[in-house]
Design a protein around this ligand. Structure first.
Ligand SMILES: Nc1ncnc2c1ncn2[C@@H]1O[C@H](COP(=O)(O)OP(=O)(O)OP(=O)(O)O)[C@@H](O)[C@H]1O
Ligand SMILES: [Mg+2]
Length: 208
């Protein structure tokens, strides 16, 4: 089936800027979203860290680019990951998105973060972040929103996160999310250690 998020005459996501060249759109998207992510790092987006809050963050960051910003995707999706030999993580089906994301967020909100030592905080934050990312709620922008949401969540729960460490290592972080989410119908190949490590370093830097 043709992806309804693409223009009819080219495989580029329909966008408010009318850009029909993929590289140009990617550059514009990074420019717009970086500005908004920077504002969010200074002024947190208020909310309860529930599914609505997560969607609101996506809408804030991508609302100038996509009509569907903040709205969960309505199509199934695959993305070739180089670190998986160009296969895709098995993202949630559209009809499972709200339920799966809500379950992860409820678990995340119910943890007693203040009672955990740093290593435990990093392990649990990595687990929740990877499980939320694996849902891939939106047609685009999931990595930036999930990481930003996790950083704001950490900050608001007394675990200051060094966001710049994650930004500077955006490729590592994305690959670490892939490694931590590599569970498929035919087997569990997850390796959460990479993600735990960078989140642990981010928390440790945040303490200094
Ligand atoms: N935390 C971040 N802060 C700033 N820029 C980021 C961050 N994470 C990723 N980027 C940049 O955003 C661009 C798009 O990244 P990528 O396509 O991997 O993720 P995404 O679009 O957020 O998620 P997905 O494609 O999985 O839905 C890349 O240029 C990447 O370097
Ligand atoms: Mg992307």
């Amino acid at each position: 089936m043709r992806d309804p998020y693409y223009y009819e005459d080219c495989e580029v996501l329909k966008n408010k800027l009318g850009i029909k060249d993929e590289d140009t759109l990617k550059k514009a998207e990074v420019d717009f979203s970086c500005d908004r992510l920077h504002v969010l790092s200074l002024f947190p987006l208020l909310g309860n860290y529930d599914f609505e809050h997560y969607c609101k963050m996506h809408e804030y960051v991508f609302g100038d680019i996509y009509e569907w910003a903040g709205i969960p995707r309505m199509v199934s999706m695959e993305k070739a990951e180089a670190v998986l030999g160009y296969t895709s993580i098995e993202y949630a089906k559209p009809e499972q998105i709200r339920e799966q994301a809500t379950a992860v967020l409820e678990r995340m909100n119910s943890r007693d973060w203040a009672s955990m030592a740093l290593n435990e905080q990093a392990k649990r934050l990595a687990q929740d972040t990877a499980d939320l990312w694996k849902v891939h709620c939106f047609r685009e922008g999931n990595t930036r929103i999930t990481i930003t949401f996790m950083c704001q969540f950490a900050d608001s729960h007394g675990m200051t996160m060094d966001r710049e460490l994650l930004e500077r290592n955006a490729v590592y972080t994305r690959n670490a999310l892939v490694a931590a989410s590599a569970v498929f119908q035919d087997g569990d190949f997850r390796q959460p250690g990479y993600l735990v490590r960078i989140i642990r370093d981010g928390l440790e830097n945040g303490q200094n």
